[in-house]
Design a protein around this ligand. Structure first.
Ligand code: DGL
Length: 274
């Protein structure tokens, strides 16, 4: 495995761009392939077996490019499929994303933390175990809030619409009413509506902290690559970036441009997945 090989990053759609931006900043010389499974989004309310199947198909697609590592930039897919990915591809470095319960437990002063995530993530064994473990160790209470429909609004590019604001308000208000002073963004789509979440919390008058895991995931990727001698450190320029989608090229290209000010080549690959 060459250290100049690319890194694959995937999500159900555009949410993983909130992770990709941290990876590009921390590891600027790495070549990145972004895969948006927008033809099958959202993952959040689908059965685990479907997500496992999608994750394995996406890994097989990305491995055609000889990737040296894969970032599962989706909480829902990590909870459902990371074990299956590691079992099927034991030689591939796989990094997942989990809701940041530990950092949130360290930040909260009220002892109550709200967790915004998909129904799939919150129902998973992985999440349940993590929550019990951190709650037992810290005494912090976690209140889980499934945000049905929110990732979909973000996929549609509705980052500031009245409907999205109403949805955010509906999900955030009960958490604040139960004294949560820290909110975990447990879905990689949600950092893109951080301004709406922040304004929904502003009404309380007390500061509410938001916890995103993009930066820690990038650091974990760096550690893993470094441990395996796979870091691409001495390249002269910014690493290449290309993108693939099972949905529409225009949608993904627009998301890259609007959210990250980037213009990578984007291919539609729904027909090339077998
Ligand atoms: N971005 C995904 C996550 O982090 C899920 C969005 C969805 O497809 O429901 O959970």
């Amino acid at each position: 495995m060459s250290n100049s090989a690319p890194i694959g990053i995937f999500d159900s759609g555009i949410g993983g761009l909130s992770v990709l931006r941290h990876v590009r900043t921390l590891l600027p010389h790495e070549a990145l392939l972004y895969f948006a499974d927008s033809g099958f989004a959202p993952y959040g309310e689908k059965p685990e077996s479907v997500i496992v199947e999608r994750a394995l198909a996406i890994a097989a697609f990305l491995l055609r490019f000889n990737i040296k590592a894969m970032v599962v930039a989706c909480n829902t897919a990590t909870a459902a499929a990371i074990a299956a990915l590691r079992e099927r591809y034991p030689d591939l470095q796989v990094v997942g994303v989990e809701p940041g319960l530990k950092p949130a437990a360290a930040l909260t002063r009220s002892g109550v933390v709200g967790v915004l995530a998909t129904a799939g993530t919150l129902a998973s064994d992985k999440f349940q175990k993590l929550q019990q473990q951190i709650s037992a160790a810290t005494g912090v209470t976690f209140i889980a809030q499934a945000c049905n429909g929110l990732a979909d609004q973000i996929e549609k590019g509705e980052l500031q619409s009245r409907d999205t604001a109403a949805l955010v308000q509906r999900y955030v208000a009960p958490l604040l009413a139960q004294k949560a002073d820290t909110l975990v963004l447990g879905c990689t789509h949600y950092p893109f509506v951080e301004p709406l979440i922040a304004s929904a919390t502003a009404a309380t008058g007390t500061p509410v902290q938001l916890v995103d895991t993009g930066a820690p995931v990038a650091r974990q990727l760096e550690r893993l690559l470094s441990q395996h001698g796979l870091l691409h450190t001495n390249a002269p320029s910014q690493g290449a970036l290309s993108a693939y989608t099972t949905g529409s090229r225009t949608t993904l290209a627009t998301a890259f441009r609007v959210l990250l000010d980037l213009n990578p080549p984007v291919d539609e690959v729904a027909g090339q997945m077998d």
